[in-house]
Write a protein that binds this ligand. Structure first.
Ligand code: G3H
Length: 489
């Protein structure tokens, strides 16, 4: 059992003696299903939230604190120290990733390694950014040097599906730019931050990073209401982002860096390589049980190939193996959110009541903590699964006759993160790309949607994102451009 009995505020690991919240895994250690108790976390409230706000305010000191004024080389040393210590926690963090969120062993290892790489790449980008900043240019007789300065206090809230990688894709650039951060881990994937607490404490000066535990409304709300937050950095849903934003007494001053919902489509053209399209669509829609913001959440298949695509796609879905994350050959695992199987079932029932069928033999088979992926066909706009972000194991398929049909749907959608396009004929593909780049932020040709490589800009249009992440762009999202301008002397 991992009972988290300290929290990090003002450079100190403080003992927690108050109320705690148990942390369960939906992975069962018995034949008869029962959630496994993994440990507990502090149940914090306004007092601790204000402690963190005060520590961060002190650390920033209106831009004059030790952290925001620290020399670039020294800030880099702090980050290198942190990542050096973090590497030693790999085995423990990977184990917790498997137990807390049910991510497979391979994917958990990948998440850890990718995060370490992300930190090193961010350090490199930070060096380059500063090297460029040191460059003087002359404009109309005035010498100008552009600097990147920290903006202020960041409240950072990460998601449960990538509790390490995505959270750190906010946290790391925010910190390295010199902003003090208040961070509350996600509800699932919270214990895995414990092995990193000492590394955070010993690597950064007082108040540069403060880590709180508890529920959003008990902890994040008072932080926002204090009016001291300059950047709200959140990956999750729009509802939480809007609620938090609204609690800030001076919203005009608040910068947002948000990764939100998406409903990424795949469009499969008649001449597409079906083997490739099917394997990419399986990985795209069902890796980590579809719990990725970049997952393919609706497939548009040209009507001339729909029968063949549907048959081969659903057979392949049925061949996927369900099991515990550490078992070999397993790609479907227990869902961390206990309410998710019932929600997925609701979507299936709603779609079937409007004329769709579950076309794979195993689709919708239940256990307490899991539901086997259901492939739904034919899906239409009346169905909830057409418009809701399912974030789980259900794959809706629609057909199209004219390419304008999926393009119109994308134009009307509230989301605009990515699209996958499968085809071979460059004459058909080229003009389509011209349309698609105006609808989403990334077009993937003959491959599924994804965030990586992490140096690529990660963002979205409409309700999918505000601001841009990546090892390069995030540094800009978490800083302000200032000029030093001088006449010739
Ligand atoms: O949940 C959204 C993640 O950023 C997805 O990342 O495409 O690398 O799985 P990924």
């Amino acid at each position: 059992l991992l009972n988290q009995d300290t929290y990090l505020v003002n450079g100190e690991l403080k003992k927690w003696t108050g109320k705690t919240t148990p942390v369960y895994s939906t992975i069962s250690s018995t034949e008869k299903y029962e959630p496994t108790l993994l440990g507990s976390i502090p149940f914090m409230g306004e007092i601790e939230a204000m402690e963190a706000v005060n520590a961060a305010s002190e650390a920033f000191s209106n831009g004059q604190g030790e952290w925001p004024t620290m020399k670039v080389v020294d800030r880099i040393k702090c980050m290198e120290n942190f990542v050096g210590q973090m590497k030693a926690t790999r085995a423990e963090v990977v184990k917790l990733l498997m137990w807390e969120i049910g991510k497979s062993l391979g994917d958990s290892e990948k998440e850890f390694d990718r995060t370490v790489e992300y930190i090193y790449d961010t350090i490199e980008s930070y060096k380059e950014l500063n090297a460029r900043s040191a460059h003087f240019s002359k404009v109309q007789g005035v010498n100008a040097m552009v600097r990147r300065s920290p903006l202020g206090i960041v409240l950072c809230l990460g998601p449960y599906n990538y509790p390490l990688n995505e959270t750190f894709s906010l946290l790391i650039p925010a910190i390295i730019m010199g902003n003090p951060v208040i961070f509350k881990p996600a509800k699932h994937g919270v214990l895995l931050i414990s092995p990193l607490l000492e590394a955070f404490r010993s690597s950064f000066p007082k108040g540069a990073i403060n880590i709180l535990y508890g529920r959003g409304r008990e902890v994040a709300s008072p932080v926002m209401k204090s009016g001291k937050v300059d950047i709200l950095a959140l990956i999750g849903n729009s509802k939480s982002a809007i609620a938090l934003q609204d609690q800030h007494p001076n919203k005009n001053r608040l910068r947002l860096v948000l990764g939100l919902e998406a409903k990424n489509p795949a469009i499969i053209l008649p001449e597409a390589d079906l083997d490739l399209a099917i394997s990419e669509c399986i990985a795209g829609s069902l890796s980590f049980n579809g719990q990725r913001c970049t997952a393919l959440k609706i497939l548009y298949v040209h009507e001339s190939i729909a029968d063949e695509f549907n048959k081969r796609f659903s057979d392949k879905v049925d061949s996927l193996v369900f099991g515990n994350p550490w078992e070999k050959g397993v790609s479907l695992t227990p869902l961390p959110e206990q309410e998710k199987p019932a929600y997925i079932q609701e979507l299936i029932d709603d779609a079937t009541s409007h004329g769709a069928k579950v076309i794979n033999a195993k689709g919708g088979q239940h256990s307490e903590n899991y539901i086997f992926p259901a492939v739904l066909f034919p899906v239409n706009k009346k169905m909830r699964v057409y418009s809701e972000e399912q974030f789980g194991p259900v794959v809706p398929i629609m057909t199209f006759k004219d390419i304008q049909e999926p393009l119109n749907d994308m134009a009307e959608s509230n989301y605009g993160q990515q699209v996958s396009l499968f085809g071979k004929n460059i004459k058909t593909i080229a003009p389509l790309i011209d349309s698609l780049v105006n609808l989403v932020s990334r077009v993937n040709l003959n491959s599924s949607c994804q965030r990586g490589p992490d140096v690529f800009p990660f963002t979205g249009r409409k309700d999918s994102a505000v601001g841009t992440l990546s090892t390069n762009d995030a540094l800009r999202s978490f800083s302000i451009r200032t000029f030093v301008a001088s006449k010739d002397i």
